[in-house]
Design a protein around this ligand. Structure first.
Ligand code: IPE
Ligand code: IPE
Ligand code: MG
Ligand code: MG
Ligand code: MG
Length: 329
């Protein structure tokens, strides 16, 4: 089965849980909070949680509220991220703050945030031992803290002239890697993983999580706007120090670098200027460099799974890792 179909069928049973945890009597509140959920999304994190649970021999039906939990937390981060990044399109639709204003965007994000923890705690109703639930909550709390820290670093870096590759890696490991890693770990914990298995899942999650963000940075420059569902070149206009920019700052030709810096971070840059910046990033080999990094990280992540027993779920985790490299959305 194609991995996209695996994700779809695995996550079909998560959808009702997503809605259950964001039910409100008031119609407008309901519309605002469910808007970013109804818009879709790839549902990678819940799928990772369910597959990790199965890969260690657990019953993924018991992990359904946990899978909903990581997607709800992810959706919260997207709603706030779009305010911070000034982006008006997400999942092919207008963002929450574009429709209802930044004030509402903040509180809608907060609502999704608390619903994520409500969902995770409900795993105990499925007969999962309380100590496992507590451990899973601990993982989510820790990941959430790291994620916020990564998002702050990301914004600080916008204002910095240069950022080192190590600093970039630390930032994305926190802002994106932390939740992807937590999704896998939470699935494993609920499934009763041994310490050695959890360690393997952790490595897989970190590598895939970082690769996922590097690929997102590439797609910000190279994706088809219609498929991507988000604006193209947003990172250029915001002055984000993506791996591609970090590389170009060291390797682009002098004249090209000057032209690039005259466009980077200008909110009012025209589409033609953004296209020019993208051309420079192609010529400097920076996009190729980032793509190679994604590939390398994914191979490492997949190797970490070797310690798990052979299973369909383990194969799907590997296929999902490959999909993270190949994706166009
Ligand atoms: C977007 O995540 C935010 C990043 C961490 C890059 P996804 O690409 O998983 O977004 P959806 O859920 O599919 O919309
Ligand atoms: C976001 O990174 C990471 C989050 C924690 C949400 P981006 O800002 O690159 O994500 P997109 O491209 O807006 O989805
Ligand atoms: Mg951002
Ligand atoms: Mg963003
Ligand atoms: Mg992005």
């Amino acid at each position: 089965m194609d991995i996209r179909d695996v994700i779809k069928s695995k996550c079909a049973s998560v959808e009702p849980f997503l809605r259950e945890y964001v039910s409100f009597g008031d119609k407008t509140i309901q519309e605002m909070v469910t808007h970013p959920i109804e818009a879709g999304g790839k549902r990678i994190r819940p799928c990772l949680a369910l597959l990790a649970c199965e890969a260690v021999g657990g019953d993924s039906n018991k992990a359904l509220p946990a899978a909903a939990s990581v997607e709800l937390l992810h959706t919260f981060t997207l709603v706030h991220d779009d305010i911070m990044d000034h982006d008006l399109t997400r999942r092919g639709r207008p963002t929450v703050h574009a429709l209802w204003g930044e004030e509402m965007g903040i509180i809608v994000g907060d609502t999704l945030y608390s619903s994520a923890f409500k969902a995770l705690i409900d795993v105990r109703k499925n007969g999962v031992p309380p100590e496992r639930v507590l451990e899973a909550v601990n993982v989510l709390v820790r990941a959430n803290g790291e994620l916020q820290e990564g998002q702050i670093m990301d914004m600080f870096f916008e204002k910095r002239k240069t950022v080192g590759e190590d600093e970039y890696m630390t930032m994305v490991r926190k802002k994106t890697g932390a939740l992807i890693e937590a999704s896998v770990e939470i699935g494993g914990i609920i499934g009763g993983a041994s310490a050695r298995q959890l360690d393997a899942l952790h490595t897989y999650g970190v590598d895939c999580g970082v690769a996922f963000q590097v690929k997102d940075d590439v797609l910000d420059l190279t994706a088809d706007k219609k498929d991507f569902g988000k604006p193209i070149g947003s990172d250029i206009r915001s002055g984000k120090k993506t791996l591609i920019i970090v590389h170009a700052m060291k390797h682009a030709k002098k004249g090209d670098l000057k032209a690039l810096l005259s466009i980077l971070g200008r909110k009012d840059a025209t589409d033609a200027e953004v296209a020019k910046a993208i051309g420079i990033l192609k010529d400097s080999g920076s996009i190729r460099y980032a793509d190679a990094k994604v590939e390398e990280l994914i191979q490492e992540g997949k190797r970490a799974l070797d310690v798990l027993p052979d299973s369909q779920a383990k194969e799907s985790l590997k296929a999902l890792a490959d999909y993270l490299v190949e994706r166009r959305t």
